[in-house]
Design a protein around this ligand. Structure first.
Ligand code: PMV
Length: 326
């Protein structure tokens, strides 16, 4: 074993073409491909240290010890790393996020990509980007997209081996910003793992999945051409389609709050009057408003004036997951 500890940093990402539903829930093989942008400035930093003296894996997040389901999910990734590397030792995992929980930023993407990189390095493995992306995917599907940098596509693949994400453009290709509008009345949400399992119960999911190649092409092209209007149209439609599936699942998932809808209308009005902004929403009520970087300050100002917006957070296009000093 070359080294027994390593620390990695990874950014969360915001999906432009969403992942919702798996064709294999255990391997987390998605029902459709997806495209996202990494979020600079926001990160999870995770240190992993394999220690022969430990009886069990341990997990600390932001200074608090985590047990139960959270620890089990982390141990599952450590087990894969132990299997590939042939080491038996249990690990101490210490993680910190620099963004608040409940801020409408999916922390699992940054968390599992940082864990995949730190744990594999600590075990002495030198995995390729695709292998790291596959490993991160096992913890949280969207984490596969936080391994590569900039604008990232996660291909469905035909099975575990070719189901990974890769960069389609570096961060400097197009300086966008994600202005997150935090909606005050956020209620407790159904987690995405349970949500993915409900997707096939919606009669709309098949139509959403069947149309996904078309949406992926439009989104990829909009990014390549730096065509904001085209990007705006496709990401709004894609987000609305995912929420249509959520709302028509059995049991139904309704993530939006009245303020969420208010922001949609405002953003569409801004765009109709020439202000380049577009909305997208993950499994929550908070709205991610995507704009050109130079419009971020004005977007934030406008969002803060809308009813129900308690706070805003801005992130620009970010880079890949990377090793850092411990
Ligand atoms: O990676 P998960 O299981 O947390 O799922 C993410 C689901 C969405 O955020 C709603 C969409 C996406 O593609 O990120």
């Amino acid at each position: 074993m070359k080294s027994s500890s390593a620390t990695a940093l990874a950014h969360p990402n915001i999906a432009f073409i969403k992942y919702w539903g798996n064709r294999d829930n255990v391997l987390r093989l998605p029902s459709n491909g997806s495209i996202s942008m990494n979020l600079d400035g926001l990160f999870t930093r995770t240190a992993v240290s394999f220690q022969p003296s430990l009886r069990l894996d341990t997990l600390t997040i932001n200074g608090h010890e985590v047990t139960g389901k959270g620890l089990t999910r982390v141990s599952q990734i450590l087990d894969i790393v132990r299997k590939i590397s042939g080491i038996n030792a249990k690990a101490e995992v210490v993680s910190q996020n620099n963004f608040p929980a409940g801020a409408g930023i999916a922390s699992s993407a940054a968390a599992f990509s940082a864990l995949a990189l730190a744990a594999s390095k600590a075990a002495g493995l030198d995995l390729s980007e695709a292998e790291l992306s596959r490993l991160a995917r096992r913890g949280s599907g969207s984490a596969s997209r936080s391994i590569p940098g900039g604008f990232v596509e996660w291909q469905m693949g035909s099975g575990d081996e070719d189901c990974y994400a890769f960069s389609i453009a570096p961060p400097e290709h197009w300086r966008l910003a994600d202005c997150v509008a935090i909606v005050s009345a956020a209620h407790k949400k159904t987690g995405s793992t349970e949500g993915h399992a409900l997707a096939p119960t919606s009669p709309l999911q098949n139509a959403r999945v069947e149309d996904s190649a078309r949406r992926l092409t439009l989104c990829r092209e909009a990014i390549f051409q730096r065509d904001f209007e085209a990007l705006a149209e496709i990401i709004e439609i894609d987000s609305d389609m995912m929420h249509a599936v959520m709302m028509t699942s059995n049991p139904p998932l309704m993530y939006w709050q009245p303020a969420t809808l208010g922001i949609f209308h405002a953003v569409r009005e801004w765009r109709a009057s020439g202000f380049p902004a577009a909305y997208t929403v993950d499994a929550g009520a908070n709205v991610h408003v995507i704009c050109l970087k130079e419009y971020a300050a004005e977007t934030e100002k406008r969002l803060r004036e809308l009813p129900g917006v308690s706070e805003t957070l801005v992130a620009e296009t970010g880079g890949a997951a990377r090793l850092v000093n411990g």
